[in-house]
Design a protein around this ligand. Structure first.
Ligand code: ZN
Length: 341
């Protein structure tokens, strides 16, 4: 069923669970009149909060309004400070990891990974991540190819969803160990026609740095979920090959949860080719099982979202329903962890 503007507050499984609880109480009651001792009541279903797509959209808009978030620019610094301030208000701890990396064109990029932790005392952690920088060129466009893009979808959308998840975690305070990592310098990768010598691993510089220099010594998470380009209308998220290679059980868990939550039109259970995104380095270098929720376009030549790395990647391409599909699915995955633990 396609999600509409209004989502049922309770997923269907809660209704089923309540029905089973009632049955269970009745059976217990026949044998034991003291219903307060009914063991089934000790584990009530968790009420999963509603993801607020308007709030996530406002977080996307705010980032776009800073201007392109290209390293070594004023807009980049201003947005980093705003992101850090927001997350510091929501999380238990905030770490800004400042570092310098050399890009394919020889430029040294002043970069920052922004890391917000909830219940840092708890083990069994879950990693949520997205990149917050934007591409300095529009190399997939026909015009103004050397100018930076707005990156409303490629960058801001994933961060907007994670900021809203952070706001909800702060408001509800579930007993979950969650780390939200916003990677820098993901999208400064080498264009095909750059004229510079070929450079391996030129994308994802922030996640490569973090995977080699985690914010905590021996940091480990049970699994990770990366968001990239999650805000376009009728977005399609396929089971991307790198995620399937390294973390098929996490893919299955997330796609099943999305379907059970009513977002099966967005999360397509079809395997597609593997890509290199931040999750590749999290798997390869940090040894954390991590998947990528990323827009796949069956009709575009790149198989990425049709406006990928063009000037059409603007705020008017962001759809609240897609933000909701991803954000609500993430909340369902997280809050079902409480039940499972
Ligand atoms: Zn990109």
């Amino acid at each position: 069923m396609a999600p509409s503007g209004v989502k049922c507050k309770f997923p269907a499984w809660i209704g089923v669970a309540c029905f089973l609880l009632v049955l269970s109480c009745g059976q217990q009651g026949d044998r034991n009149p003291d219903k307060t001792k009914t063991p089934a009541l000790a584990t009530p279903p968790v009420d999963v909060p509603r993801f607020q797509a308007d709030s996530a959209f406002a977080f996307v808009k705010q980032q776009v309004e800073f201007g392109p978030r290209v390293p070594n620019t004023r807009a980049h610094v201003n947005c980093a400070e705003w992101l850090a301030g927001k997350l510091a208000g929501y999380a238990d701890t905030l770490i800004v990891q400042s570092f310098r990396v050399r890009a394919f064109d020889g430029k040294v990029l002043d970069s920052r990974n922004i890391i917000a932790s909830f219940h840092p005392d708890l083990g069994n952690r879950i990693l949520l991540c997205a990149h917050w920088d934007t591409r300095p060129f529009a190399d997939q466009d026909q015009e103004r190819r050397n100018e930076p893009i707005d990156g409303a979808n490629d960058g801001a959308s994933g961060v907007g969803v994670l900021l809203e998840v952070a706001r909800i975690l702060a408001a509800t305070d579930p007993a979950l160990g969650v780390d939200i990592v916003l990677f820098d310098a993901e999208d400064y990768g080498q264009p095909d026609d750059s004229g510079f010598p070929p450079m391996d691993d030129s994308y994802c510089l922030g996640s490569q740095y973090w995977a080699k220099n985690p914010h905590q010594r021996n940091y480990i998470a049970r699994y990770g979920i990366l968001l990239d380009m999650v805000g376009a209308p009728q977005a399609k998220f396929t089971q991307e090959g790198t995620s399937m290679q390294y973390a098929p059980s996490v893919v299955e868990q997330v796609w099943k949860t999305a379907a059970a939550t009513g977002f099966g039109d967005y999360f397509i259970p079809e395997r597609t080719k593997g890509i290199i995104d931040d999750h590749y380095y999290i798997n390869r270098l940090a040894g954390i099982k991590c998947i990528d929720i990323i827009h796949y376009d069956f009709s575009s030549p790149s198989n990425f979202w049709t406006h990928w790395h063009t000037h059409e990647d603007r705020l008017d391409k962001i759809d609240r329903n897609s933000l909701r599909a991803v954000g609500q699915t993430l909340l369902e995955v997280l809050f079902r962890e409480i039940q499972a633990s």
